[in-house]
Design a protein around this ligand. Structure first.
Ligand SMILES: Cc1cc2nc3c(=O)[nH]c(=O)nc-3n(C[C@H](O)[C@H](O)[C@H](O)COP(=O)(O)O)c2cc1C
Length: 151
């Protein structure tokens, strides 16, 4: 069975709500096991044991959250020689356009390397509740792609 990990950080619970929507969407794919995990609890094994990763973060100061950055800082040396090449995508909770958070993640994971398989899902802080379906579809699409080995 393929394994999908959703690695996220949330300071004031908005990204956590989105992460739970993404998680429930991905769980619609019965053939994929899904691991919803805080970035602070995730480690190199999270990456090494996954067939695909979804990163979730608020945009903080035009960047990913410090806790998600810490996850990358802690894991890079342990996985850089493993040539992971697994698919990833990103969702962001932001007051503005969220692009700083996206580009900071994209730049770092080139070194792992991970393969971007979808455009980022950027959710405005104001719109959380009405974006539930879009988040669920985002998670479902990743899980379905893994199940069908299309990435
Ligand atoms: C320290 C800090 C810095 C922030 N910087 C940005 C920013 O640069 N761009 C932006 O769009 N939103 C920014 N925000 C707003 C958060 O991204 C937004 O409120 C987000 O939904 C919070 O997610 P969370 O509840 O999961 O922590 C910032 C919030 C905080 C606390």
């Amino acid at each position: 069975m393929k394994k999908l990990s959703i690695v996220y950080h949330s300071q004031s619970n908005t990204t956590a709500k989105l992460a739970n929507y993404v998680y429930s969407g991905s769980k619609k794919e019965a053939d994929v096991s899904v691991n919803l995990i805080l970035a602070s609890d995730a480690n190199a094994e999270t990456l090494l044991s996954s067939d695909g990763i979804i990163f979730g973060t608020p945009e903080n100061f035009g960047y990913m959250s410090g806790v998600l950055k810490d996850f990358f800082d802690r894991t890079f040396y342990q996985v850089e020689d493993k040539q992971l090449n697994i698919p990833y995508c990103i969702f962001v909770s932001a007051g503005n356009d969220g692009l700083g958070a996206v580009s900071s993640i994209d730049r770092i994971v080139k070194g792992y390397p991970l393969n971007k398989i979808a455009e980022p899902l950027i959710i405005s802080t104001k719109d959380i509740e009405q974006e539930r379906e879009r988040c669920e579809d985002f998670g479902h699409n990743m899980a379905a792609g893994l199940a069908l080995s299309v990435f």
